[in-house]
Design a protein around this ligand. Structure first.
Ligand code: AMP
Length: 155
């Protein structure tokens, strides 16, 4: 059994039935997707989006970054900003000093996209990292989420 599968089983078996019932199903499926995704350097679905092999709704593109709408939006506006070249950045925890420029570019693009989307009252930036961070795609990406009141603390 793979480590991720064990983790899914462990999470499930440690939740009492009432707690399981309290979990919205969408949250569990996202958590399961994240725990099933094995951190790796293999190409991801985002490579196919970058190469236009599968469709996406692109809202911003330049030579370094691509921003497109999340296929499972968690708010009225939910956009992912990714580097076109991953360069080892499967996730933020893999960042090295050479990545400072692209990391800055991702955040600046997030700001541009938020402005373009009219999120003038604010928005949420999220970078999930690793199984505990609920990361499911191992190509670094910044979530830009807005269009509704966010809650704190996050789930
Ligand atoms: P994370 O869980 O932080 O790794 O985020 C990955 C995100 O990618 C999720 O919010 C998914 O809904 C999104 N996603 C997966 N496949 C696609 C796709 N084909 N087009 C757009 N978004 C996608």
């Amino acid at each position: 059994m793979k480590r991720a599968e064990k983790r899914v089983q462990a999470v499930s078996s440690h939740l009492s039935p009432p707690a399981q019932l309290r979990q919205p199903s969408v949250t569990m499926s996202e958590k399961e997707a994240a725990l099933t995704a094995a951190p790796s350097d293999s190409p991801t679905i985002f490579d196919k989006i970058i190469n236009k092999e599968i469709p996406s709704t692109v809202v911003y593109e330049d030579d370094k970054v691509l921003a497109f709408r999340d296929i499972a939006p968690q708010a009225p506006t939910h956009i992912l900003v990714i580097p076109k070249v991953r360069d080892g950045l499967t996730g933020l925890s893999k960042a090295e000093e050479r990545h400072c420029e692209i990391l800055g570019r991702l955040l600046y693009t997030a700001k541009l996209v938020a402005k373009q989307e009219g999120l003038d009252d604010g928005f949420r930036i999220v970078i999930n990292d690793g199984p505990n961070g609920c990361q499911s795609v191992y190509h670094i990406h910044v979530h830009v989420i807005g269009g509704r009141q966010m809650n704190w603390p996050p789930g």
